[in-house]
Structure formats: C-alpha cells, structure tokens
Design a protein. Structure first.
Length: 111
C-alpha cells in the first residue's frame, strides 16, 4: 500500500476549472487532468521565476517533489496545446489552501 501524499500548500482554487480550445464542445474533446499541485508548481517556477527549492519551501514539499510536479505538469500542458485537448484542473485531499489574510505557504519552515 503506497504512502499517502504529503499535504501541499497551494495559492487557492483557480478561477476556472477547465481550459479548452475555442469552438469545440467540451464533451467531444479528450480531457487531461492537471492537479492543483502541478499547477502551483508551474505558477511558482515558471510564472514567478522561483527556484525549485524555493517553490518546495512555499508548498511544504521537497525539491524533488517539485521537480516531478513540474515535469508532469509541463508534459500535460504541452499535450493539451499541441493536440487540442482540454485541461481539467483537479484537486485532492492533500491540497491545502491558506485561510484568508494569511501568508501563502506552510505554517513552518524547514531548516
């Protein structure tokens, strides 16, 4: 039995849950599930320009976990863009959102 995933801190739920090519009905498109933790890793590293280590501290996971999330997330986004598939953003019980007014990231900082 695999170990349960460690809680991963994410910015918050995205404003949209599905991104799809224009002009095509969602029901006729192949769908690719993109985890909210993969989206958060992409946001921190590719959008904000943080290192994988810095992103790991913000998310409360190791640098290696961030590297795996980035690799999977980038492959899924590329597949959706190149092959005209829909990206469906999905969460999980291991995703943690900060309460309103609190800084982003885990309540502790690894030493």
């Amino acid at each position: 039995m695999p170990r349960p995933p460690k809680p991963r801190w994410c910015q918050g739920p995205p404003p949209q849950r599905v991104f799809k090519p224009a002009g095509a009905p969602l029901g006729r498109l192949p769908q690719i599930p993109l985890g909210l933790d993969e989206l958060e890793a992409l946001r921190l590293c590719d959008l904000l320009g943080l290192s994988q280590e810095e992103a790991g501290v913000r998310m409360g996971v190791s640098r290696g976990t961030v590297q795996r999330l980035l690799s999977c997330g980038r492959a899924k986004v590329a597949d959706a863009l190149v092959n005209g598939k829909a990206l469906v953003l999905e969460g999980g019980a291991h995703i943690v959102f900060p309460p309103p007014g609190r800084h982003r990231g885990p309540p502790w900082r690894p030493s």
